[in-house]
Ligand binder design. Structure first.
Ligand code: PGA
Length: 250
């Protein structure tokens, strides 16, 4: 039985004030979330404060990115050691915004996955096709290529220490959600790919859906057998909306 996970990706949003209010709202309602695990991924400068606020609560925290380098002269970068120092449980790697806006290749993403895992945190590996790729009928090839780069780097067994997030790029921040059937199809495909390497890993790993998940559509997505929760952008910035999604996951 996989424990569902709902992770909020706050992206580059918030101030100390709005984040304090958001955490107040989440903590006030989190008691109603019975069976799902919940996490939030704030921007780096707020990690310490968020961690202090959430320590001892059922809500975990994580980061949105990490350097693939260990340490040293990499101005502006943040290492996995630093993130571990602030007790992050999760680190998102390979988000489509990192891939498209910052040129992260499959190899860079795989190196980040390895670093995060080696540091004892759980990478949330994002995969997903663009609209152009979906329309060209190459969704499965794209997702397979993205996943293969990581499996080649760390081995299939290591995937068990992470989480996968299927995020069709055309659904991110667009209000255009994949239908539950479209999402389930790709989730089952991903699980099938992993099963080709290791049945237990395929069965145990959580595959989240991300892309315009809202309180109103979460339950039908999470009802699908291979959808184990969500990676939530915009809707994770509104406490009530986020809590509705968390309750839909369990
Ligand atoms: P969205 O973002 O929920 O705002 O579409 C999801 C994501 O980018 O993880």
């Amino acid at each position: 039985m996989r424990t569902p996970l709902v992770a909020g990706n706050w992206k580059m949003n918030g101030t100390r004030e709005t984040i304090a209010a958001l955490l107040d709202g989440i903590l006030a309602g989190i008691g109603d979330v019975k069976a799902a695990e919940v996490a939030v991924c704030p921007p780096y400068p707020y990690l310490a404060e968020v961690g202090q606020r959430l320590a001892g609560s059922p809500v975990a925290w994580g980061a949105q990115n990490a350097s693939q380098e260990e340490k040293g002269a990499f101005t502006g970068e943040v290492s996995v050691t630093m993130l571990k120092d602030f007790d992050c449980r999760y680190v998102i790697v390979g988000h489509s915004e990192r891939r498209t806006l910052y040129g992260e290749t499959d190899e860079v993403v795989a190196a980040k996955f390895a670093r995060v895992r080696d540091a004892g945190m759980a990478p949330i590996l994002c995969v997903g096709e663009t609209l152009e790729e979906r329309e060209a009928g190459v969704t499965e090839q794209v997702v397979e290529r993205q996943l293969k780069a990581v499996v080649d780097k760390v081995g299939a067994a290591a995937i068990a220490d992470g989480v996968i997030a299927y995020e069709p790029v055309w659904a991110i921040g667009t209000g255009r959600t994949a239908t539950p059937e479209q999402a389930q199809e790709v989730h089952a495909f991903i699980r099938g790919l992993l099963a080709g390497h290791d049945g237990a890993v395929a069965e145990g790993v959580r595959i989240l859906y991300g892309g315009s998940v809202k309180g109103a559509n979460a339950a039908e997505l999470f009802a699908k057998p291979d959808i184990d929760g969500g990676l939530i952008g915009g809707a994770s910035l509104v406490a009530d909306e986020f809590l509705t999604i968390c309750r839909a996951a369990g």
